[in-house]
Design a binder for this molecule. Sequence first.
Ligand SMILES: O=C(O)CCC(=O)C(=O)O
Length: 283
Amino acid sequence: MLTDVQIQAHADRIRNDGFTVIEGAASPELIEGLITALQRIEREHQLGPAKTSFEGFKTVRINNLLTYDDLFWEVPLHGNVLPVVERVLDKECLLSSFCSLVLGPGQEAQPIHEDTQLIPLPRPHIPITINAIWALSDFREDNGATRIIPGSHKYDSSPEYGHDYAAVTATMKAGSVMLFDSALWHGGGANDSDERRFAFSCAYCWGWMRQQENLQLGIPQETAKRFPRRLQELCGYSVYKGQFGHIDNHDPIELLGRERGKRMVWEATDAKKAKMTGVAGKP
Ligand SMILES: O=C(O)CCC(=O)C(=O)O
């Protein structure tokens, strides 16, 4: 587990440089299990490469991953990663999207982009989404390691799609996780090797934002009911600051059979007042 000092150092690097690498974040056993699960799912569901140039004609991406294997639940919750995200965003952040990125041999480099480039906020802006790229294979120059432009999250514009930018290759060992501010200019590299490059993209956003994947509709409720509470909250069964995301003054986590969700901010305010004055508010 990371110490508080390490968590802060990673959070500072994301703010200053736009990215950080948590080396050896995941155990070799977990990495092996995750790759085995991905290979099995591809086989069982006969999943093939993506159909757009951005996603990669030789890249297999599995979206809505939490529905496929319980082992994947460990990824968004990982104790060496989530605390860093929570330090940059806050503890009420959400999972925005979670997919596999398996680059096959011959996959061309992806255009340099920002993940939140379509959001019409003046740049630069505060980090709104943090992406965790999990290296399940060693990330090398020749097998498509992600390319990044350090410091670009502070630029006042977004990259021009299809333009060739000088970038740094984020080489790292399998089990390492690169976290970056999604405003950082980046893209997948070219896979010139004869092996597949296994990875995940696990992105988190603020609790007041719309998630990239609609996880509340995409994950069957019977599956979400089995999640640990924190994963349910990350998937959007939560109310940001007791205000955003409620259903008729109730926390949506109650839909999953949890007894009492978060109190709404207006109820909490009255309860606090009543405690101070000793006068109970309206029931
Ligand atoms: O595959 C990678 O290394 C990065 C993929 C990526 O940035 C994306 O698909 O948005």
